[in-house]
Design a protein. Structure first.
Length: 159
């Protein structure tokens, strides 16, 4: 049986840190489903369509990576699509505290669900979508923070 994993996130926008996790997961799992989702506690800089486009641009060359989008509860999407494993990247203790709690909630909602964590590459510890959005406000180049094609597209849209 082929093993699928789902990597959900807001991706506002996708960063090099996210892409590194996706690339590494694509060598561990048979299929990686990147889910562009909505965190109802967040106000986004980029629209749902733009965030989805960025993820598609960044992952286009990865053969076993599929991009999906959904606005509902993660566990419902997983149930509908027969996926039981969630992937999260962990940069630091703060990420772990948050993601640990999320993993408990998701497992409580559907006990079949497991969350696996990949430690972020240390070169991306300070790379976050939050920092990228801050840099965009000052029209700084994002080449060290987001995938090249995404950097280009953001410049087209905003700079
Ligand atoms: O990149 P983010 O903002 O940390 O991603 C969070 C996201 C979108 C993955 C998370 O908020 C999510 O899964 N939202 C969908 C709704 C849901 O399933 N919430 C968890 C149960 S409280």
């Amino acid at each position: 049986m082929s093993k699928k994993v789902i990597y959900p996130g807001s991706f506002d926008p996708i960063t090099l840190g996210h892409l590194d996790i996706i690339q590494r997961a694509s060598t561990i799992f048979d299929e990686v489903i990147v889910l562009v989702s909505k965190n109802i506690n967040k106000n986004y800089m980029f629209s749902f369509k733009e965030r989805l486009e960025f993820v598609e641009l960044a992952t286009k060359d990865l053969k076993n990576v599929v991009v999906c989008s959904d606005n509902g509860l993660l566990v419902d999407f997983m149930f509908k699509n027969n996926i039981t494993t969630i992937l999260k990247g962990i940069r630091n203790i703060k990420d772990f505290e948050y993601e640990y709690e999320m993993s408990l909630i998701n497992q409580n909602l559907d006990p079949i669900i497991d969350t696996v964590f990949l430690l972020s590459n240390p070169i991306y510890t300070m790379v976050s979508s939050t920092n990228v959005r801050e840099l965009i406000k000052y029209k700084k180049d994002l080449i060290n923070f987001v995938p090249e094609k995404v950097n280009f597209r953001i410049k087209e849209l905003i700079y």
